[in-house]
Design a protein around this ligand. Structure first.
Ligand code: K1U
Ligand code: ZN
Length: 172
């Protein structure tokens, strides 16, 4: 398994719409293995394939609290159903928007239909951090980042900071 490079804002690739996977084969499983390794190495709880530059509708997540008890989850071609009209607020971060956090409102519960690691169809009901994280990751599949929900001013301040960091590290 390989730890891949996580793309960070500003980067046009992160704004691409990811394409459905035709079938879950060896190539997709290898990608999911690498994504999980990459996510763990970055101390994240979720990762979408586009964050490593692959525009496929694939997400990995692990929201388990116990570091010694990994509980990886794999979502291929996920579809959200039955979004609860009640919203919950969570302070979100993103590995593609390093060191920036903001409170975001999202439906508190939802159902997700998807294919698992073996290509089998599954449906789960999500609430709490699982619901927040899966909606955040599904936004990545549409080229949406959590900073898009912020005011124009807050978003542009964050983007300015990230651009500056990028140009400084390019000089080093
Ligand atoms: O880049 C990503 O999409 C992963 C992102 C997922 C996420 C975190 C918090 C709310 C919604 C979605 C992260 O894992 S950022 C890392 C992080 O800040 C974090 C890690 C553990 C618990 C909570 C946040
Ligand atoms: Zn993210």
């Amino acid at each position: 398994m390989t730890v891949r490079t996580i793309l960070t804002e500003p980067n046009k690739i992160l704004r691409q719409i990811s394409q459905p996977v035709e079938s879950v084969g060896k190539e997709e499983q290898l990608l999911m293995d690498d994504m999980l390794e990459t996510m763990y190495a970055a101390n994240g709880i979720g990762l979408a394939a586009i964050q490593v530059g692959i525009p496929k509708r694939i997400i990995v997540m692990d929201i388990s609290k116990d570091e010694n008890k990994k509980e990886p989850m794999y979502f291929v071609n996920p579809v959200i159903k039955n979004k609860n009209p009640v919203k919950s607020t969570y302070e979100e971060g993103c590995l593609s928007v390093p060191n920036q956090f903001a409170e975001i409102d999202r439906p508190s519960k939802c159902d997700i239909e998807f294919l698992d690691y073996n290509g089998d169809k599954q449906t789960i009901s999500a609430d709490g951090l699982l619901a927040t994280c899966v909606q955040h990751e599904m936004d990545h599949l549409e080229g949406i980042l959590f900073i898009d929900y912020l005011s124009k001013l807050k978003k542009s301040m964050i983007l300015k900071k990230l651009s500056k960091l990028k140009s400084n590290s390019a000089v080093l």
